[in-house]
Design a protein around this ligand. Structure first.
Ligand code: NAP
Length: 537
């Protein structure tokens, strides 16, 4: 008689960022024995690794926090309109201590493999140190922007100066004082860090391949009255957030198409939103900004005019004007003094679209036309293998021959961004084809963890042990996801949403852009219909 091995845990959680931490809390409340395995030497995920200067959330701090405990929301005090990385990390550490989460986190532990055995109905993970742990359920709380990527450019390892990646920034910080510094990349991370690095560096060269739209954040200390009111309304606001496209309440939805306003009215509307700061309010100016190119052009032109009027050197201004994508179809950036920074004498913008970096040298880099730059330090703000990268780095497979790298070789396929058909009992938090990155992330993490917790509870109540997504349900969801994306302007942009920043990555629109309201309604309907699309046994 074979003696079945007793699993080590009820649920393995991979990652102790926002999602993993809440999963520990939530599942433990159901009496489950859980443990999260985290590569970092601290918790916090994104907010643990991205310590670059100027790193700040682009969702307002009163929104960007957990909603699961009302006392927590009342007692935490955000100092500014937008949380800085240190402040958000402090908050996550506070939450961990307050709810005694740390006892179920194993730090400094990178998971290299996760294998499912159908005979035992167990997932077994293997860590870099060679430890193995088994449990019937495995939750990938591995994050969407957690696999930093240096560009594959000749000679990168020959460069002997200081080299940093915004997503792997040293804990002790970096002082660029007196240094000739390069920044490569002008996405959110580049745009947030450039103004601060410019203030320190002897000279800063910004190497820009693609110009991006950025709006002023208008960060400021949080007004006590605003905080008081928000806290008073927290419960209703959180509830209302689920009935919005981005999972954030408090922004009146648009009621007009851009063409219904005169050009003077549009100008006044954009001007007011520019002065207010923030991206949702701006994108909510008109109903069709993300649906109709002509409507979008009016907003894109407004921002281009702002860039031209801010940046004194006309050639630099022109180079900074985005011209290859409609505004909002790439993650809209929020900045503090980004365009103003190019008026400094110690900052030079170098366009590398038509004259790319040819190679790195021992002392800097050389462009294709032969011009070279000697640099004491280079900061790579070159982004991430987004959405699928972290899971593809783990050898995820089953004894029935399913392999995540093979399954996703033409792009991710998921059911609701929660499960992948053929990988039983493995859940994802904010996986591809869910609204995660297009929403207030913490809200989406809570939604998914609650969904997973309820599914496990449902199964336990019925004595079931096995759950998988049906292939047809997955096919239908992938198709729906693509149809929704194709009905918008999003696919027009070469963004990490479509994997365009990773050479060779299949081009497929990865986030669900039907909005949080439509998505959460679909999830509710799935549950009401007895977990429609999931097979349980
Ligand atoms: P990103 O948006 O992917 O930007 C990467 C930048 O590096 C782009 O400008 C890209 O140019 C450039 N780049 C990549 N490879 C290159 C190469 N070989 N040569 C030259 N340039 C190269 O990455 P990110 O700025 O780290 O931001 C990623 C996402 O993280 C954001 O969209 C956002 O969702 C999130 N984030 C949020 C915040 C916030 O909350 N405020 C802050 C930081 C990040 P191309 O565009 O030409 O590829």
């Amino acid at each position: 008689m074979t003696v079945m091995k007793k699993p080590d845990l009820d649920v393995i959680i991979i990652g102790a960022g926002v999602a993993g931490l809440y999963a520990i809390y939530r599942l433990r409340k159901q009496g489950l024995q859980v443990r999260a395995y985290e590569a970092g030497d601290g918790i916090g995920g994104t907010w643990f690794w991205n310590r670059y200067p100027g790193c700040r959330c682009d969702v307002e701090s009163m929104e960007y926090s957990y909603a699961f405990d009302d006392n927590l929301q009342q007692e935490w005090k955000w100092p500014e309109r937008y949380g800085t990385q240190p402040e958000i990390l402090k908050y996550l550490n506070y939450v961990s201590q307050r709810f005694n989460v740390m006892r179920d986190v194993q730090l400094n532990t990178r998971v290299t493999a996760a294998h499912f055995d159908s005979g035992t109905n167990l997932w077994t993970i293997t860590t870099e140190q060679g430890e193995t742990v088994s449990a019937p359920f495995c939750i990938m709380a591995t994050g969407n922007l957690s696999t930093p990527r240096f560009p594959k450019i000749t000679g990168i390892d020959d460069y002997t100066g200081e080299k940093y990646h915004t997503g792997l920034w040293p804990k002790e910080g970096v002082d660029f004082t007196g240094k000739v510094t390069g920044v490569i990349g002008t996405g959110s991370s580049g745009v947030q860090s450039i103004p601060i690095i410019a203030k320190q560096a002897k000279h800063l060269f910004v190497f820009q391949r693609t110009a991006n739209f950025s709006l002023p954040a208008r960060n400021a200390p949080l007004e006590p009255e605003k905080e008081r009111k928000h806290k008073e309304e927290y419960v209703e606001r959180r509830k209302a957030a689920y009935s919005t496209p981005f999972g954030i309440a408090g922004y009146p939805p648009p009621d007009k198409f851009a063409a219904e306003a005169t050009s003077a009215e549009r100008e006044a509307s954009y001007e007011a939103k520019w002065a207010e700061g923030g991206s949702i309010s701006f994108l909510f100016a008109y109903k069709d900004l993300l649906l109709d190119k002509a409507a979008n052009d009016t907003a894109s032109d407004f921002v281009r005019a702002k860039i031209r009027s801010t940046v004194k050197d006309p050639k630099t201004a022109e180079l900074l004007c985005p011209n290859d994508h409609p505004i909002g179809t790439k993650r809209l950036i929020l900045d503090t003094d980004y365009f103003e920074t190019y008026n400094r004498d110690n900052v030079t913008l170098v366009g590398i679209r038509s004259n790319p970096i040819e190679r790195f040298t021992r002392s800097g880099l050389q462009l294709t036309d032969g011009k070279s730059y000697d640099l004491d330090a280079i900061s790579f703000a070159t982004g991430f293998d987004a959405m699928t990268g972290a899971m593809r780095e783990i050898d995820i497979r089953t004894d029935k021959g399913a392999d995540i790298r093979e399954k996703w070789q033409d792009g991710p396929r998921t059911y609701l961004g929660i499960m992948v058909s053929g990988f039983p009992n493995m859940f994802m938090v904010t996986g591809p084809q869910s609204p995660g990155v297009k929403s207030q992330m913490i809200l989406s993490c809570e939604w998914h963890v609650d969904f997973i917790a309820a599914a496990i509870e449902h199964m336990r109540g019925k004595g079931l042990t096995h759950i998988d997504a049906e292939g047809t349900a997955e096919d239908g969801w992938v198709e729906h996801n693509n149809q929704v994306a194709d009905s918008t302007l999003y696919p027009l942009a070469n963004s990490w949403y479509v994997g365009a920043n990773i050479p060779g990555k299949p081009r497929i629109f990865m986030p669900y852009v039907g909005g949080v309201e439509a998505y959460t309604n679909k999830c509710k309907q799935v549950v009401d219909n007895g977990y429609e699309g999931f097979q349980m046994s």
